[in-house]
Ligand binder design. Sequence first.
Ligand code: SAM
Length: 271
Amino acid sequence: MADLPPLRDVINRHGLFASKALGQNFLFDEQLLDRIAAIPGKLKGEQVLEVGPGPGGLTRALLRAGAQVTAIEMDRRCLPALAELAEAFPGQLRVIEGDATKVDHGLEGPYHVVANLPYNVGTALFVGWLSGEGWPPQWASLTLMFQLEVAQRIIAEAGSDAYGRLAVLAQWRSNAKIAMKVHRSAFTPPPKVMSAVVHVTPAAMPDGVSARMLERVTEAAFGQRRKMLRQSLKGLPGALEALESLGIDPARRAETLSVAEFVSLARALTA
Ligand SMILES: C[S@@+](CC[C@H](N)C(=O)[O-])C[C@H]1O[C@@H](n2cnc3c(N)ncnc32)[C@H](O)[C@@H]1O
């Protein structure tokens, strides 16, 4: 196994002071990084897409686990440090410079996605990975660091304050769980809030439901989450009739509907 310098030395040698604009909070604890890299399961010979490798802490953990890593990083300053890693693990690391929300990684499935990203980029990519009619997806699993509050919204159950569009999106055809909570002090610099790693695997897509229709229903329902469904779904043709035929009380509010009830509603409205 390659003998690597401590991450703090890499940062200092390459002048990688954390940029706030790029949402950089680095992880240096190699044991913690190995634990995160173990969440997707055995990675020996598996393809991994890492988004936002930065100085490469999580990247080296993935490489140690034997993964074939494609890493997308938009901060050019990190590229020399990543090139050193590519040299230390010959043939295992491909680095793409660019914005992960725009760049084409060219991977063909199955691949695992692993990322410790700024909150806004992470959520946008997460929604993209879970959306669309094509299912099962090319990815075999998602292992993503989020603010704890966002992680709780992803795994939330009906009836809780955290329950909303993100929970339905994450749960209607995938299994999502919090794999690990990470204390803010684990990061350099420490962010203001706690974090958690969310692990998602695809599940079977329910029959007869269009993803787009499910999105329209949840958008309308949670767009006015304090209102009764008869009000919030009024603008969706056929929705009130569908509620009645499914025996869902139109006086209920969006946050009380289970994921399965949202799926039934979307199915009834899918032509
Ligand atoms: C929170 S840091 C994590 C760095 C490293 N993975 C770690 O765990 O220490 C986020 C990284 O994502 C990169 N990044 C931010 N936005 C990005 C984007 N749109 N596309 C690719 N990388 C991005 C940042 O430059 C930074 O290196």
